[in-house]
Design a protein around this ligand. Sequence first.
Ligand SMILES: [Fe+2]
Ligand SMILES: [Fe+2]
Length: 131
Amino acid sequence: MGDKMETIADLMYKDHENVENLFKEFQEKKSKESLERFKWTLEKHFFIEEKAIFTVVDVEDFNELINIKKEHDEILLMLSDLDENSDISEFEKMLVTHKNYEDEVLYPKFDKELSNDIKCQIIERISEVVR
Ligand SMILES: [Fe+2]
Ligand SMILES: [Fe+2]
């Protein structure tokens, strides 16, 4: 009981690290396989955000979610155009800016403003996908 509750920000920070590691792997190897692994991991990450988190919170209270979703679509569109030979500097910039906003602003805000009930629901859903 005395245990500190896991936070949404901590869990998502860890998943961002996972995405980042696979991006670095793709940057180093520049292979089809490493690109596929990165794609799969990023798509899964956006699934967690949009389906496990954003559907549980009220968009009226957090209207920045509209922009976050728009950025997901833009990132996925860029991603679908990437291959092993693409210049990925623009893509990387966009991804990092997006991730930093979530880590520094959005998820800490969820932890601060959402009810414990809603937070538990979200954390349970994230854990079902991340493991
Ligand atoms: Fe995101
Ligand atoms: Fe994210």
